[in-house]
Design a protein around this ligand. Structure first.
Ligand code: NAD
Length: 342
């Protein structure tokens, strides 16, 4: 079977990361037909918008996309291409696994978290205005029962499908009694439909402290948009940083896979940055497509290369200026060799 996938190189370091990931995914033996669609700064210059309709149409047609990071142009009228893409396609669930890997420097060894972040509402609804210009501004936080029900069901279904044991809802319902109170109430109601999965809740500030002190106690974290954004970066930090953090944005029948990190423009074109986050996003895509053996093989190959510590980029070396660090493409080559060996 051939999978048709929309491939969005992005900008900054995106194109080199996506090129490396494409080669690695092709080496898994799964058959892909890539439909390359530019978005971001180049598209902006050529077509007057960083997110042309043809990109959205391609994703709707194929159902699946792999995306490099995209710089948010300043002063274009677009708040963020990435947010616009998620909103246009109603990709309501943002999934970010954070798992310890031998060979990645970190204070922790046993972290295995999945952050499920609601992607469509909360303070990201973008409803804000000046009450008095330069003096007072107001931003509206939206939490609704339908959006909370669907993200809670998504988190519990994900937990069930992936043999996870516990879902923890993250909130601040002690202070925001209506918005976060509704979120917590609805998560609790949905939890009753999943008696095989444990359910608990944590207030977001306490959650942050607990994640730093004993992250091994937690499993799937179910978060409204803003807390999910912050907690998923915290979780990336627990397992070694942005270079190794993959992500997925999922809606009904549509999914876009992309690293958590941005376009790191200062390294663009230098064959320097770590392809792991984008390659592991590709592994998440393989899982989504049901290619579980290929996903597991790819994850094992990435772990083997990182554990060996030889053919890795500068950020995975003990010192950032280590002369033995390899480039983006060379690390991808080592992962392809490991794929064939394992
Ligand atoms: P960034 O993640 O691009 O980079 C911050 C720093 O993290 C880099 O300077 C680098 O030191 C390190 N880093 C990031 N990715 C790395 C990798 N793969 N390997 C090694 N080191 C890595 O964050 P930023 O500088 O705040 O954002 C740059 C641009 O990216 C902005 O325009 C922002 O809007 C955009 N952005 C896009 C996405 C997305 O496409 N989903 C996400 C976040 C930010």
């Amino acid at each position: 079977m051939t999978y048709r996938v929309t491939l969005i190189p992005g900008d900054g370091t995106g194109p080199e990361l996506v090129a490396a990931t494409r080669r690695v995914l092709d080496a898994t033996g799964v058959d892909f037909a890539w439909e390359v669609q530019d978005a971001g700064l180049d598209a902006m210059e050529r077509e007057g918008t960083p997110l042309p309709d043809r990109v959205l149409e391609s994703i709707r047609r194929n159902g699946v996309a792999l995306k490099g990071p995209i710089t948010t142009p300043v002063g274009s009228g677009f708040r963020s291409v990435n947010v616009a893409l998620r909103q246009s396609l109603d990709l309501y669930a943002n999934v970010r696994p954070a798992r310890s890997m031998p060979g990645v420097r970190s204070y922790y060894r046993d972290v295995d978290l999945v952050i499920v972040r609601e992607n469509s509402e909360d303070l990201y609804a973008g409803i804000e205005h000046y009450v008095i210009p330069d003096v007072a501004a107001e931003s509206i936080k939206i939490i609704t029962r339908p959006a909370t029900e669907r993200i809670a069901r998504f988190a519990f279904d994900y937990a069930r499908r992936n043999s996870r044991r516990k879902v923890t809802a993250v909130h601040k319902a002690n202070i925001m009694k209506f918005t976060d109170g509704l979120f917590l109430q609805v998560c609790g109601e949905v939890a009753k439909e999943y008696p095989d999965i444990a359910f608990e809740d944590r207030i977001v500030d306490n959650m942050c402290m607990q994640l730093v002190q004993k992250p091994e106690l937690y499993d799937v974290l179910l978060c409204p948009n803003l807390y999910g954004d912050i907690i998923s970066d915290l979780a990336s930090g627990l397992v070694g940083g942005l270079g190794v953090a993959p992500g997925a944005n999922i809606g009904d029948g549509l999914a876009v896979f992309e690293p958590v990190h941005g376009s790191a423009p200062k390294y663009a074109g230098q064959n320097k940055v770590n392809p792991t986050a984008t390659i592991l996003s590709g592994a998440l895509m393989l899982r989504y497509l049901g290619e579980i053996a290929a996903a597991e093989g790819l994850e094992a190959a990435v772990r083997a290369v990182i554990a060996e510590g030889k053919n890795v980029t500068y950020d995975l070396k003990p010192q950032a200026d280590d002369p033995t660090a390899v480039g983006t493409q060379e690390m991808a080559d080592a992962i392809i060799v490991a794929l064939r060996r394992l």
